[in-house]
Structures are given as structure tokens and as C-alpha cells.
Design a protein around this ligand. Structure first.
Ligand code: SIN
Ligand code: MN
Length: 211
């Protein structure tokens, strides 16, 4: 992976909020471009779709996945699936993305899911926990690309005070340890704040060990 600045120094998080570690500017522009190119290939095989929530409303983000498992949602609930809604296996997780996991996750296992979220226009994501995985001792690692997104961090239970941070293109976040099950969400994106993505918008990748 190509990173900004000195490797050893850069691998230390630049910030920690409620146990959530943030590496601001970890990925430089060429590294971001390389990941976007790889995501394009993933999307060509596993097209983006707008998942239906169990409550019967489509989510405002578009999604797809890479890895053994993809995350899907429909009337029967949220879950991991070994196939795309069109019935095919998910593409493998690109090496450009796996290397970010290797650099920040402190984990002896490889991620089994790379969820791709595309935020366009007014897309957002309500406060939630990532808890469809079997083993919470592995972190969730997230990579932000494109427009800035306002990431809100709450508590281990619903409600209470929250703190927010604008995540920029190339920022990496890890929710692990005591912060693994923290409530989080994205309130909005800043349209036009990045030139990375053709057609604009924000992509967030989340890497998880599922089993
Ligand atoms: C997620 O929680 O799945 C996405 C987080 C983000 O978009 O930064
Ligand atoms: Mn999440």
C-alpha cells in the first residue's frame, strides 16, 4: 500500500474518539485511485443495489460486497449471504484493500467481507451497531473515499451524547476492542468536496471477519 509520509509514524492513529481509532490521510491519492479502480471491477461483477430495510423502505445508500460473504438486507432482515441478490458469488476482496486491513487491524485473520457503500446526493446511514458477525474480537475497518462524510459516534447502547467527525478521502477508521460495538452512522456528505469519484459521491468500504 502507498501511504502518505513515513510508514511507521503513519500507522499510529492520528486520533481516537471513544475508542474508535482514526488514521487521517492514511491513503494518498494514488492509493485511493488504485482502490477505486479495483472497486470498479468489483461493481462490474456484483452490481450496486439499494437494499430494502426489513421495515420496507429502500436504504438511501447503494451497496454491494466482495469476499466470501456479502451483507444483504430485505424484508426478511439483515444478514450475510454467500451470494449477490442476482444469485452469483461475490468477487474476491482486492489486494489493494486487504493491505489496508493488514496495516491497521492487528488481526490474525483476513476479512471475509468487504461491504461497499455508495453515498450519492442525500444518502445517509442511521445510527446502528455492526453486530451480524459471530466474533466481536475482530475489528471493523472502514476506508473512506471521495466526498467527505459526517461520521457520528455514539455509545454502546442506543441514545446518549454523540460526537461527530468529518471523514475525508483516504481516512481509515477501526472500531475494535471496547469500541467494536459502538453505535455509529453517517448524517450527510459534502457534495463536491472531492474529485476522486467520477460522478461524485462518497464510497465507504467496511472490512469484517464474519464467522
Ligand atoms: C457503515 O457503518 O456501514 C458505514 C460507515 C461509513 O459510511 O463511514
Ligand atoms: Mn456500520
Amino acid at each position: 500500500m502507498r501511504k502518505n509520509g513515513d510508514e511507521m509514524v503513519k500507522l499510529r492513529p492520528t486520533m481516537e474518539i471513544r475508542g474508535v481509532r482514526v488514521w487521517q490521510g492514511l491513503l494518498d491519492r494514488p492509493a485511493q485511485d488504485a482502490i477505486v479502480e479495483d472497486i470498479r471491477k468489483v461493481v462490474a461483477k456484483a452490481p450496486l443495489f439499494s437494499p430494502m430495510t426489513p421495515y420496507g423502505r429502500p436504504m438511501t445508500v447503494q451497496m454491494t460486497s466482495a469476499g466470501r460473504f456479502g451483507w444483504v438486507s430485505d424484508r426478511s432482515g439483515y444478514r450475510y449471504s454467500e451470494t449477490h441478490p442476482k444469485g452469483t458469488p461475490w468477487p474476491v476482496i482486492p489486494d489493494s484493500i486487504l493491505s489496508v486491513w493488514d496495516d491497521v487491524s492487528d488481526s490474525d485473520r483476513a476479512p471475509e467481507c468487504c461491504l461497499v457503500n455508495l453515498y450519492r446526493e442525500a444518502a445517509k446511514m442511521g445510527l446502528h451497531q455492526d453486530r451480524d458477525e459471530t466474533n466481536f474480537s475482530y475489528p471493523v475497518v472502514s476506508i473512506s473515499l471521495g466526498d467527505e462524510g459526517l461520521f457520528r459516534i455514539g455509545n454502546l447502547t442506543r441514545g446518549g451524547k454523540t460526537e461527530s467527525i468529518w471523514l475525508k478521502s483516504g481516512d481509515v477508521v477501526a472500531m475494535g476492542g471496547d469500541a467494536r460495538l459502538v453505535y455509529h452512522g453517517v448524517d450527510k456528505t459534502r457534495e463536491g468536496s472531492s474529485t476522486l469519484l467520477e460522478g461524485g459521491g462518497r464510497i465507504n468500504l467496511t472490512l469484517r471477519v464474519v464467522t
